[in-house]
Design a protein around this ligand. Structure first.
Ligand SMILES: CC(=O)N[C@H]1[C@@H](OP(=O)(O)OP(=O)(O)OC[C@H]2O[C@@H](n3ccc(=O)[nH]c3=O)[C@H](O)[C@@H]2O)O[C@H](CO)[C@@H](O)[C@@H]1O[C@H](C)C(=O)N[C@@H](C)C(=O)N[C@H](CCC(=O)O)C(=O)O
Ligand SMILES: Nc1ncnc2c1ncn2[C@@H]1O[C@H](COP(=O)(O)OP(=O)(O)OP(=O)(O)O)[C@@H](O)[C@H]1O
Length: 554
C-alpha cells in the first residue's frame, strides 16, 4: 500500500476529520508502530504526543530503522522534518498529519493488516476486578469448544498457543491490530481480551467492534488516572456502545452495574445477570464445594447447570459472566454442558494460586480494598487457624486507596504484614505509612506489623504461621519483576513463598532430627547406640504395622 492509498482510505472512513498527506516519493508502507525501537523497514512511525515526551523526537531513529512515513500531529510533523533535516537525512519519508493521531492509529493499523478483527469472534471483559480471571475462563471454554484462540491481558498474550509476555493489560492500538493479524495468520477463530479503563479512554481498541462485551464490577481504583469514580465509570461505559460492541452482558450485583444496564443504548442487545433476584440470567442454587455447583437460570426459561473448581466466592460471578457471554454469543446450552463437563478448571496464574498447603499459602493479585476484602472473605471459611495477610500498595498509583486497603486488611485478617508492593519511582516508606495508618485505625483489628522488604515480610509470615493458618500474599499475583527507583528487579511472590516454605521444612526436619538424636541418646544410655538405633527403627516400623493392623481390624 502507498501512503496516498492509505490517506484515501482514511478519508473514506473519516470525511469530517482534517487529515493531510505530504508524499513526494511514492512511499510503500507495510506496517505501523508507535515505538521508535520497534520500527521495521517499511513501517509508518506514529509519533504520538505522550505524558513524558513527544514521539516525534525519535523520528531520526525511526527513519534510520526503515520507517517510510511519519504520522503525527502538526507539531510532531514539523519537529520531525526539522530533526531529519538537521540529521542530513537525504530521502525524506512521507508525512501524514492529523489533529489527534492517537485516535486514528487503530484505523491505520487495521487497514494495514487487513482488518483482522472482522474475521474473529471477539470477547471483551472490563470492570475493576475479575477481568483476567474471566478472560482465562473464556479462553479455556473456547478452546474446549474446539476454537483456535487468542488471549490478551495483564498476565500474558497467547496467540494460538504461542505465549508472549504482556506489556500492558490492553495493548496500544498498533500492537493490538498486529496481534490480531498474527492470530488470524495462525488460523485463530476467537479472541478473549481484557479491556482496561485506560485503554477505553485512549481508544486503544478502536476500530474493533466486539462480538460480546462483559462487565464484572466497579470499585475504587485507578483514580490517579481518572480523577473521579464518575470519570472511571464513564470510561468503562464506552465499551457498551454500538461502536465498540455488538452485544453486552452486565453483572448487576453492584450499583454501577445496575446503572450501566439502565444507561446502555437500546441499539445494543443487552443481557444482565445477577446473584440477587431480578430479571435476566440468575445465579441460583449455589452449592459451594469441589467443584462448586450452581444453576444459571434465565427468566425466559433457559437453564444451564454450572460446575467450577475455581476457589473463592467471587469466582462464581466470574464463571457466570464467562458462561453467559458464551451462551449469548451463540454457543448452545448443550455445547456449554459438554465443555463444562465435570467442572471448569481454568488455571489463572497469580489469582488465588495455592503455593503451599500446610500452612496454606495463597498468592493473589488483590490490589485494591474491594479485592482484598473479597479475597480474605473467600479464604476465611476454609481457614481453621489464623488468617494472615502480607500486603502493600503500588507506588505512583491511586494514592487515596491506601488507607482503605489498610483498614480492610485489619478488619478481615487476624495478622497483617504491611510491606512494599511495586514502588515504581515513589519512596515506599510513605506508602507503607498510609496503609499502616488505615490498619491501626481499626479497633480490635488484626495484629499489624510493618516489614519494609517484601521478601522479609513473606518469610516472616510463613515461618511464624501455624499449620492450620492461611497466609495470603496479596497484590502482585503473577508479576515477576518489581519496578523500583533503581530499575526493575526480579521478584515473584510465588518464588519467595517457596523459598520460605523450604526454609520452614528444613527447620522442621532439623528439629525432628534433634528430637530423634535426643531420643537415641536416651536409649544409648541404657543399651548400645547401634541397637538403640535399629531398635527404634524397628519399633516405629512395627508400630506402623500395628497401627495398620489395628486399622484393618477396625
Ligand atoms: C498512561 C498511559 O497509558 N501511558 C502509556 C503511554 O505513555 P506516555 O504517554 O507517558 O508516553 P511517553 O513516554 O510520553 O512517549 C510518547 C510516545 O513516544 C514514543 N516513544 C517514547 C520513547 C522512545 O524512546 N521512543 C518512542 O517512540 C512512545 O511509544 C509514545 O508513543 O504510552 C506508552 C507507550 O505506549 C505506554 O507504555 C504507557 O503506559 C504506561 C507504561 C502505563 O503504566 N500504563 C498504565 C497506566 C496502563 O495503561 N494500564 C492499563 C491497565 C491498568 C489496570 O487495569 O491495572 C493497561 O491497559 O495496561
Ligand atoms: N468478580 C470479582 N469480584 C471481586 N473481586 C474479584 C473478582 N474477581 C477477582 N477478584 C479479586 O481481584 C483480584 C484481581 O483479579 P483479576 O486479575 O481477575 O482482575 P482484573 O480485573 O484483571 O484486575 P486488574 O485490572 O487489576 O489486572 C483477584 O486476585 C481477586 O482477589
Amino acid at each position: 500500500m502507498t501512503t496516498v492509498h492509505l490517506y484515501a482510505e482514511l478519508r473514506n472512513l473519516h470525511p469530517e476529520l482534517p487529515i493531510e498527506v505530504d508524499d513526494t516519493g511514492h512511499h510503500y508502507i507495510s506496517g505501523v508502530t508507535a515505538s521508535s525501537w520497534g520500527v521495521r523497514k517499511g513501517d509508518i512511525f506514529a509519533a504520538l504526543p505522550g505524558a513524558h515526551t513527544h514521539g516525534s523526537r525519535f523520528a531520526v531513529d525511526a527513519v534510520k530503522a526503515g520507517a517510510q512515513c511519519i504520522f503525527s500531529d502538526a507539531e510532531g510533523v514539523e519537529n520531525a522534518k526539522k530533526l531529519l533535516k538537521d540529521a542530513r537525512i537525504h530521502r525524506m519519508p512521507a508525512f501524514l498529519t492529523a489533529e489527534n493521531p492517537g485516535e486514528l492509529l487503530g484505523d491505520i493499523a487495521a487497514l494495514m493488516y487487513g482488518k483482522p478483527a472482522d474475521c474473529l469472534r471477539s470477547f471483551a471483559v472490563t470492570g475493576t476486578n475479575g477481568k483476567t480471571t474471566t478472560t482465562y475462563i473464556l479462553d479455556d471454554l473456547l478452546r474446549k469448544l474446539g476454537r483456535v484462540t487468542g488471549l490478551i491481558g495483564t498476565v500474558e498474550v497467547r496467540l494460538a498457543g504461542d505465549a508472549i509476555p504482556a506489556q500492558l493489560t490492553t495493548p496500544m492500538p498498533a500492537d493490538l491490530q498486529a496481534m490480531l493479524a498474527i492470530l488470524r495468520e495462525k488460523g485463530g477463530t476467537d479472541v478473549a481480551m481484557e479491556v482496561s479503563s485506560h485503554a477505553l479512554s485512549q481508544g486503544r481498541t478502536k476500530p474493533v467492534c466486539f462480538t460480546v462485551a462483559g462487565f464484572t464490577n466497579l470499585t475504587q481504583d485507578h483514580l490517579d488516572f481518572h480523577k473521579t469514580m464518575e470519570e472511571y465509570y464513564e470510561a468503562k461505559k464506552v465499551l457498551f456502545t454500538p461502536e465498540c460492541s455488538r452485544r453486552c452482558i452486565v453483572c448487576v450485583d453492584d450499583a454501577w452495574g445496575q446503572r450501566l444496564a439502565s444507561e446502555t443504548e437500546a441499539s445494543v442487545p443487552l443481557a444482565v445477570f445477577s446473584r440477587l433476584e431480578g430479571e435476566g440470567w440468575q445465579v441460583e442454587d449455589i452449592q459451594v464445594g469441589t467443584p462448586t455447583r450452581f444453576m444459571l437460570r434465565h427468566t425466559d426459561g433457559r437453564e444451564l447447570p454450572v460446575a467450577s473448581f475455581l476457589p473463592a466466592d467471587f469466582n462464581i460471578s466470574n464463571v457466570a459472566l464467562a458462561c453467559v457471554m458464551l451462551v449469548e454469543s451463540g454457543v448452545s446450552i448443550e455445547g456449554m454442558r459438554t465443555v463444562i463437563g465435570e467442572g471448569i478448571d481454568a488455571h489463572v496464574p497469580g489469582r488465588m494460586e495455592i503455593v503451599g498447603r500446610c500452612p496454606r499459602v495463597v498468592v493473589d493479585f488483590a490490589h485494591n480494598a474491594a479485592a482484598l476484602e473479597s479475597a480474605l472473605k473467600a479464604l476465611r471459611p476454609t481457614t481453621a487457624g489464623k488468617l494472615i495477610v502480607v500486603t502493600g500498595s503500588a507506588g505512583e498509583r491511586d494514592v487515596d486507596k491506601r488507607p482503605e486497603m489498610g483498614r480492610v486488611v485489619a478488619r478481615f485478617a487476624d495478622r497483617v504484614y504491611i510491606t512494599d508492593d511495586d514502588p515504581h519511582m515513589e519512596d515506599p516508606a510513605p506508602i507503607r505509612a498510609a496503609l499502616l495508618e488505615g490498619a491501626l485505625s481499626v479497633r480490635g483489628g488484626g495484629t499489624t506489623t510493618e516489614v519494609a522488604l517484601r521478601q522479609d515480610a513473606i518469610r516472616e509470615a510463613i515461618l511464624d504461621a501455624g499449620k492450620q493458618d492461611t497466609v495470603l500474599l496479596a497484590g502482585r499475583g503473577h508479576e515477576e519483576f518489581m519496578p523500583t527507583a533503581a530499575g526493575d528487579i526480579p521478584f515473584d511472590d510465588r518464588v519467595e513463598a517457596r523459598k520460605a516454605i523450604a526454609e520452614r521444612e528444613a527447620i522442621a526436619e532439623r528439629e525432628a532430627g534433634v528430637k530423634h538424636v535426643e531420643g537415641a541418646e536416651h536409649v544409648e544410655g541404657t543399651e548400645n547406640a547401634e541397637g538403640a538405633g535399629s531398635a527404634q527403627g524397628e519399633h516405629s516400623a512395627q508400630g506402623a504395622g500395628n497401627a495398620g493392623q489395628k486399622g484393618n481390624a477396625l
